[in-house]
Design a binder for this molecule. Structure first.
Ligand code: ZN
Length: 304
């Protein structure tokens, strides 16, 4: 198994979650957050299933591709037995019925048009991308339904639809046979057409002056100081000073990329739970200082 492009968490879900904690959300943003969190749950679960069950496979997660100015996204592309599998991962909170590769809500019998439209568009653009680069592959497009609590009725093999319970045996079976050919040309083509970020990615605006300070646990509660060297969340999770500052710096840099990193700024950002001396030592270890005395700012070691 070779994971060429690893799975990364949905960045819009992270940003909206941060906005919820630090500014609050509008009703529309709350719905968006829920949608992204659901999507993210499905994708995270699928990424783990792929890592655990694929044997002979070349894997790309979250490919954002462009062709003729059009952008399309693939949750997961896997090369198995020299064939291409595109997986579109869905997390639905409804039971669904499938008829002739088309999905309907079970209770209302209303077609889920977005599923069909996205499948048609992705298949078309991907086929064109291969053709234009003179690549010849059998390509299969699969819907994956990740929520184990929801049922998908009426599936036939022609629908190319996998439920929660189908994924493990399917991946194990398809990735059992070794590859016979080299896939470098395909890789080059994918990288040539790949974007690092979608142009349609939502921008979430943060206002430093108004934003609530503090370091939050993944469970969304504020982390507080437990002992001199340890921090604790009410959920029971504990953090070392280093882990606490890692989260603080990650959030600060992601939400306010335009702001300089300085000891007083991080001190304030952490609700002064860590001493300025400790913050300075941390920044001296992992960042590059510029300027001197109180005016010193820090930059990540790998940035220019
Ligand atoms: Zn917690």
């Amino acid at each position: 198994m070779d994971i060429i492009k690893p799975f990364t968490q949905n960045s819009t879900a992270y940003l909206l979650q941060q906005k919820l904690l630090r500014h609050g959300l509008t009703e529309h943003e709350t719905k968006e957050l829920r949608k992204h969190q659901d999507g993210s749950r499905g994708e995270t679960w699928f990424a783990r299933a792929v890592a655990e069950n694929c044997d002979e496979a070349i894997i790309y997660f979250d490919l954002v591709l462009t062709l003729m100015g059009k952008e399309f996204q693939i949750d997961c592309l896997i090369i198995m037995h020299d064939e291409l599998y595109i997986f579109e991962v869905k997390w639905t909170n409804h039971d669904i019925i499938c008829r002739n590769c088309t999905y309907y809500f079970l209770d209302s019998n209303v077609e889920i048009i977005t599923y069909s439209q996205q499948a048609v568009r992705t298949k078309q653009l991907f086929r064109l991308l291969l053709e234009r680069n003179n690549l010849h592959y059998s390509t299969y497009y699969y819907h994956v339904f990740a929520n184990p609590d929801r049922k998908i009725y009426g599936i036939t093999p022609d629908d190319r639809c996998l439920t929660y319970h189908d994924v493990t045996p399917f991946l194990q079976q398809c990735s059992r046979v070794p590859m016979s050919y080299d896939h470098t040309a395909l890789h080059r083509t994918l990288m040539k057409h790949a974007l690092t970020h979608s142009r349609y990615e939502q921008t979430v605006i943060f206002d430093y002056k108004q934003a609530a300070r503090g370091v939050f646990c993944p469970c969304s509660q504020l982390i507080s100081k437990a002992t001199n060297k340890n921090f604790r969340c009410r959920c029971g999770k504990t953090f070392t000073t280093r882990e606490f500052l890692d989260i603080a710096l990650y959030d600060f840099r992601t939400l306010f990329p335009e702001l300089p990193i300085s000891v007083p700024a991080i001190h304030d950002w952490c609700l002064k739970l860590v001493s300025e001396r400790t913050i300075r030592r941390y920044l001296m270890n992992y960042y590059v200082p510029h300027g001197n005395k109180r005016a010193t700012t820090y930059q990540p070691a790998n940035s220019k």
